[in-house]
Write a protein that binds this ligand. Structure first.
Ligand code: KIV
Ligand code: ZN
Length: 522
């Protein structure tokens, strides 16, 4: 819970579901947004920015359902500087136990030029819209977008207006990732010293990572006096992304000697939510990413291993357990039973009911028959294969490929209960297989992403495949894992198609496409 009287408490404002999800291709389904919101709520995030309610019917529904479900976090929605956006936002969040309207306008010369407003006209608009938001909701955040490229005098003037109009949080966005740590600290410090009323509001920092300095800039802003960091899981976000939640939280915790601040985050929940966000967004985490990368706690070089064995502190400034990585990781095998599987999944952050366990156990046994040792990452891959919206199901497939000729793939699919077979040729086995699937189930979905990762080491490793399809503005991501890469690819493609079919049925073509593109924001 937020303790606002504590001077060193830094509020964590997570915008994975808004700024993160607006990253092209990172679209999540309704159910995925609810799941991520629940994990954020559970890990102690103070404020969840759940979406941009006026952007689409889908955004509105997600924000309002998250608002109704949240247990601890304050639920925030985004609104541009007009009454229609603000009213729609309030409609979506008003049932939350704790809610916040976040309204913004671009204040830098470049952004003022887009609506073609003079400084005075924009100042008037800020006064009107923030007052309107405050009449609806007692908790209002205001952001001068592109603040770090806004003239100093004008920035002070508009912040003062927003505070007088009732804003309770002033967020300072570095929208294009332009600032640097010393400047970031100095800007917040001078604003707090200069703007009348600044001591009555919370100052927030919202950094983008275009120059790779988002984490440093956010921490510097806190040193300058900000007490809210806006961030996303895995640093998900447009272009080079946003400040990564896990980085700022672990930095303040690990270097508390020089950054004596604290948050309400349960850091042991970091790894699980990081994996879930990577899976549902289709944005894999780079291996050497700080805190949550696969190699972040791996000490493979001989010198490091020797040092680690002598004393962990030699090379480890954080303990893996602190971020939710289980310390020792003994693999399971084909003789492991249900209890061992459940126990292992629980240590990995999954809470599973008996029915789900039954289903996972069958898949685990199947994998253990093909693979001697089943590692944590194998199990995580098994867990990512979720919903069975089975309009299309893979019955069998046979692929011939190699040197000297085109690859050939014969695929048998059950389409709404009826078996159909097709054979196609292509530029490699995956191309031939996707063509065969399209021959059985013709569709105009455009393949936006095809990604393959080996889950563990070894030639018997499972491959996880992500496929992202786009049709009429609707996006669906599918995943699969298998020791056979081509089978995993076929299943991931079918998974994405199944999801697309379900979305099409629920909403009709184009219904979930954003009426307001996020591009309108920046
Ligand atoms: O980066 C940005 O300026 C934003 C605003 C909408 C706060 O995301
Ligand atoms: Zn942003």
């Amino acid at each position: 819970m937020t303790n606002v009287t504590d001077q060193d408490r830094v509020l964590i404002f997570d915008t994975t579901l808004r700024d993160g999800e607006q990253s092209p291709g990172a679209t999540m389904t309704h159910e995925e947004k609810l799941e991520i919101a629940e994990l954020l709520d559970d890990m102690g995030v103070d404020i969840i920015e759940a979406g941009f309610p006026i952007a689409s019917e889908g955004d509105f529904k997600a924000v309002s359902e998250i608002a109704q479900r949240s247990k601890n976090s304050r639920i925030c929605g985004l609104a541009r500087a007009n009454f229609a956006d603000i009213d729609r936002c309030w409609e979506a969040i008003k049932h939350a136990e704790k809610s916040r309207i976040h309204t913004f306008i671009g204040t830098s010369p470049l952004h003022r030029a887009i609506p073609n407003l003079t400084q005075d006209e924009m100042a008037e608009k800020i006064h009107e819209t923030v007052s309107h938001a405050r009449n609806l909701c007692e908790n209002v955040q205001w952001s001068p977008m592109d603040a770090t490229r806004t003239e100093w005098d004008y920035l002070c003037r508009v912040i003062e207006i927003a505070i007088k109009a009732g804003a309770t949080t002033i967020n300072i966005p570095d929208t294009v990732g332009y600032t640097a740590p010393l400047e970031s600290a100095d800007l917040i410090k001078r604003l707090i010293e200069t703007v009348p009323g600044a001591d009555e509001v919370v100052f927030a920092t919202h950094c983008h990572n275009d120059l790779g300095m988002a984490t440093a800039n956010s921490l510097a802003a806190v040193i300058g006096g900000a007490r809210q960091i806006e961030c996303t899981i895995n640093g998900l976000g447009e272009r080079a992304g946003n400040t990564a939640l896990e980085e700022v939280v672990m930095a303040m915790r690990t270097r508390n000697d020089i950054m004596p601040y604290h948050t309400g985050i349960d850091t042991t929940k970091i790894m699980h939510i990081s994996r879930r966000v990577a899976t549902v967004s289709g944005f894999n985490v780079q291996f050497n990413k700080a805190i949550v990368g696969k190699n972040a706690f791996a000490h493979e070089s001989g010198i490091h291993q020797d040092g680690m064995l002598k004393n962990r502190d030699n090379f480890e400034i954080m303990r893996p357990e602190d971020v939710g990585l289980s310390g020792t990781s003994l693999p399971l095998g084909k003789h492991s039973g249900r209890a061992a599987l459940r126990d292992k999944l629980e240590t990995l952050g999954y809470e599973i009911g008996d029915n789900q366990l039954k289903d996972i156990f069958v898949r685990f046994k199947d994998l253990a028959d093909r693979k001697k040792e089943v590692f944590d990452d194998d199990l995580i891959a098994l867990m990512t294969l979720d919903d069975a919206d089975d309009h299309l199901q893979l019955v069998s497939m046979k692929v011939t490929c190699g040197t000297g000729g085109q690859a050939e793939s014969t695929v048998e699919l059950e389409v709404d209960g009826q078996d159909t077979i097709a054979t196609e040729y292509g530029d490699g086995p995956v191309d031939a297989t996707f063509k065969a699937i399209r021959a059985i189930y013709p569709n105009k979905a455009h393949l936006q992403l095809y990604q393959v990762h080996a889950v563990t080491a070894g030639t018997d490793a499972q491959a996880t495949v992500s496929v992202r399809l786009e049709e009429d503005g609707m996006i669906a991501t599918g995943q699969s894992a298998n020791t056979d890469t081509v089978v995993a690819s076929a299943k991931a493609y079918i998974h994405a198609l199944n999801r697309l079919i379900v979305r099409r049925e629920k909403t009709g073509p184009g219904a979930d496409a954003r009426e307001i593109s996020y591009k309108d924001l920046t």
